[in-house]
Design a protein around this ligand. Sequence first.
Ligand SMILES: [Ca+2]
Ligand SMILES: [Ca+2]
Length: 163
Amino acid sequence: MKKMTDPDLCVLPPPGSFPIKTAGATTSQGIFAPLVLGAKSVMGAQELKEFRASVIAKHSKVIAEFVDTSASPFGQLVLKSMFEYADKDGNGTLDRQEVREALQDLGFDFLDEKQVGTIVKKADKDKDEVIDFEEFVKETPKVLRVNLVKLAKRNGHDLGFLV
Ligand SMILES: [Ca+2]
Ligand SMILES: [Ca+2]
């Protein structure tokens, strides 16, 4: 019988660190980086590779699925990170300028000033000229669905899907 009780085997640290600690640490990457890192922690490297391949192949579908899961706890977390990212002065609401910058950062540079105004107006249900988190959660999935699909068609896979 072999000895199976080597204590060293039991005290090995887990390989790598889990990328689930902070939302703020990932803001320098694509805005979807938290999504991909989240996927990384539940999938193996091989599955992730296949996931990436399928993302590239079926952008529009994946985007639609993300938008559809935005009501899930995970989707809520992503929306919260996005809101905090967009709220540059940290006052808990997004003004038109912050919305415009966030849309630019997302790569939606095809939106002109008028279109940004329309988005803000549509999202601003209580007409106080700023977007609070509740309004953001309601409107963002729709805005993302429309514009991410446009963006994906335009420039492929540079959305932070490929962390
Ligand atoms: Ca703000
Ligand atoms: Ca408002």
